[in-house]
Every structure is written in structure tokens, then in C-alpha cells.
Design a protein around this ligand. Structure first.
Ligand SMILES: [Zn+2]
Length: 89
């Protein structure tokens, strides 16, 4: 069992979180002009780096969406950052 830090709630059990994708994999726009190949790349292709990784996670208890920086080899959580707009100012 791991403990992940929610930027809003603090440390919580990993079972309360859901992986939502790699950070930086922005939705291509405008949707009507995107090729099938680009959509497939957006939906199904991930870098899956070994080591330092930036991922989007959701804390299911409070619905906080945030970026978690963690090491995919050691599973060490390096840090988290909220994606709420008021936090980005
Ligand atoms: Zn939370």
C-alpha cells in the first residue's frame, strides 16, 4: 500500500486515487480537423517513461485533479500540484 498526497486533503491511501493520464498530453483541437491517426495517438499512445514522470491523478474522495510527479521505478512521490485555476495564479 502506498500513501499519495492530495494537494487539497493531504496524505491518503492509494485506493482513493485514479490515474487520469500523462501530464502534457493535451487534447488536439479543433476536433473536426484532427486525423484519425492523431486521435489514436492522443488516446492510446503514452511515453511511459522509466524514472521521473508527470501524471494527472484524481482524488476520488474530493474530486481534486492534480499533477503528481513521481519516480516510476522507486514509486517515490516527488510532489503534487493542483490543476485548479485559482491555484495557477
Ligand atoms: Zn483530496
Amino acid at each position: 500500500m502506498q500513501i499519495y498526497p492530495c494537494p487539497f486533503c493531504g496524505p491518503r491511501d492509494e485506493t482513493e486515487f485514479s490515474f487520469a493520464g500523462e501530464a502534457g498530453n493535451d487534447r488536439p483541437e479543433p476536433a473536426e480537423k484532427i486525423s484519425d491517426e492523431r486521435w489514436a495517438q492522443y488516446l492510446y499512445t503514452q511515453d511511459n517513461p522509466r524514472g521521473n514522470s508527470h501524471e494527472i491523478w484524481v482524488h476520488l474522495t474530493c474530486d481534486e485533479v492534480f499533477v503528481m510527479e513521481r519516480d516510476t521505478v522507486t514509486h517515490e512521490v516527488i510532489g503534487t500540484k493542483s490543476l485548479r485555476k485559482e491555484e495557477a495564479k
